[in-house]
Design a binder for this molecule. Structure first.
Ligand SMILES: NC(=O)c1ccc[n+]([C@@H]2O[C@H](COP(=O)([O-])OP(=O)(O)OC[C@H]3O[C@@H](n4cnc5c(N)ncnc54)[C@H](O)[C@@H]3O)[C@@H](O)[C@H]2O)c1
Length: 445
């Protein structure tokens, strides 16, 4: 089938590459010329494992093209994916301007009746708005819209986006017509024939709600375990064992029960906020999600509190912060909890020595050189610092031996906000330790 993808960012480019992998003819369009040029120049403009290889294969085999010309992108296509950003506005509502612009573009440039699939995360009832935008634009040109609107929410995770798309847990398609369902089923047939995954066919509004409900639930799961971690710290219980034991219950499951620095990224914070906002707009107060947000805000303040506890004054100290990406295996720093930690330290006058394996380029110039020093390796960051804070759980940090930390650090102080190290091993090596929700036995016990 012939597929157009509007917005070739984290979701759009992965969608384009995977659709091409399934044999479809794909054209990607973005209004950011740098993104288009980057892909044309055979490089992926962000870090995503396995993506470059897939994109290059698609290009070499003639199944992917990218363009900055909407008319070229939308000529003669069967399905158009809208993958543009839906960032948060100041009042918490999602900014749907880019979605409307994409719809108007389809109405103006598509040469055949298409199925317009929302892949961007949007609030329930956006499908109706897209239909309205298509109709308005068509009317202004003296015609009527012949396009179908469907919802096909995206569940990929940055860092494993390619695997998540090629082998998804489920595909959700919301359509309000037989044609919409038929076209989307055909589009996904190559995936469904080779991979046994549930295909949830429903109406547009239900599909839209599935996405917000899923992200809000996952964020709540993270906040729940972070609240339990606080109680563990106050009582001497161990959150890791609590989470493992809870996770054995198939009704609960172990994923997303890792206590830590809270959720961040381009999705959870804005999607939780958007869900609260749309619920309020239709007359429902989603207080549970407001509490999810409050616990998450607290979680991000935990490391600085622990540094104060262990170091007393921190304004005259130098602290190594390991990790700035919002999670490992990505260079995405949007809403990264680590940024708040560094901001709080800088506000105190603490000098920060920051390391991340792939994301440092995105914080260049964000702070003064006298405030935050960007370090080439974890060792560079830790050597001579008064304490180290782990802010992103990159596997390479877990490999640093406690004895090494003792040797590199000026003061033997570790604040492990992602629980990458075994607190007992750190204590045995003679370090002073704060680990989220972990039972810290007295040294030598
Ligand atoms: N990143 C994720 O992990 C993830 C997962 C699931 C869903 N989503 C949702 O998918 C959507 C896109 O997220 P993303 O992370 O890919 O964002 P992104 O910022 O990486 O990419 C969005 C792209 O859209 C382009 N764009 C904006 N307006 C445009 C227009 N009018 N025409 C053409 N291109 C335009 C931008 O230039 C950018 O390249 C959001 O709604 C997000 O919530 C993201």
């Amino acid at each position: 089938m012939r597929v157009a993808v509007i917005g070739i960012g984290h979701v759009g480019l992965v969608t384009a590459a995977c659709m091409a992998e399934w044999g479809h003819d794909v054209v990607g369009f973005d209004n950011d010329p740098a993104k288009v040029e980057s892909v044309r120049g055979r490089s992926v403009p962000f870090h995503e494992p396995g993506l470059e290889e897939l994109v290059l294969r698609g290009i070499d085999e003639g199944r992917i093209r990218v363009t900055g010309d909407p008319a070229e992108a939308l000529a003669d296509v069967d399905v158009v994916f809208i993958c543009v950003g839906t960032p948060m506005k100041a009042d918490g509502a999602p900014n749907l301007t880019y979605v409307q612009a994409a719809a108007a573009m389809v109405a103006t440039h598509a040469t055949t009746p298409t199925v317009v699939a929302e892949k961007s995360t949007v609030p329930v009832q956006t499908g109706e708005r897209i239909r309205q935008a298509l109709a308005l634009q068509a009317q202004s040109a003296g015609g009527s819209s012949r396009h179908e609107v469907v919802s096909n929410p995206e569940f990929l995770r940055e860092g494993s986006a390619v695997q998540d798309t090629l082998f998804p847990d489920r595909v959700v398609v919301g359509a309000d017509s037989a044609r919409g369902h038929e076209v989307m089923r055909r589009l996904y047939e190559p995936l469904l024939s080779g991979h046994d995954c549930p295909y949830v066919a429903t109406d547009v509004k239900t599909a839209e709600l599935i996405k917000h409900a899923s992200n809000a639930f996952l964020a709540t799961k993270i906040s729940f375990i972070n609240a339990v971690a606080r109680i563990c710290e106050m009582t001497g219980a161990d959150v890791h064992t609590v989470a493992d034991a809870m996770g054995h219950d198939v009704r609960i499951g172990r994923p997303f029960l890792n206590a830590g620095l809270g959720y961040g990224g381009s999705c959870f914070p804005k999607d939780v906020e958007a869900f609260i906002h749309i619920a309020a707009e239709i007359g429902y107060d989603f207080g549970l999600l407001r509490e999810t947000e409050r616990i998450n805000r607290d979680a991000k303040q935990w490391p600085v509190g622990q540094l104060r506890r262990l170091l007393w004054n921190i304004g005259d100290k130098e602290v190594a912060v390991l990790g700035v990406a919002f999670k490992p295996h990505t260079d995405d720093i949007r809403e990264a909890p680590a940024l708040e930690v560094v901001d709080a330290l800088v506000a105190e006058g603490t000098r920060v020595r920051l390391h991340d394996p792939v994301a440092l380029g995105h914080v260049q110039g964000r702070w003064g050189e006298d405030q935050v020093q960007l370090c080439k390796s974890a060792e560079d960051a830790i050597r001579g610092a008064h304490a180290v804070v782990v802010a992103t759980e990159w596997p390479e940090y877990a490999d640093i031996a406690p004895a090494q930390l003792v040797e590199w650090l000026e003061y033997p102080v570790v604040v492990d906000a992602r629980n990458v190290w075994d607190p007992t091993a750190l204590l045995d090596a003679g370090l002073q330790v704060a680990s989220v929700g972990r039972r810290i036995p007295a040294a030598g016990v």
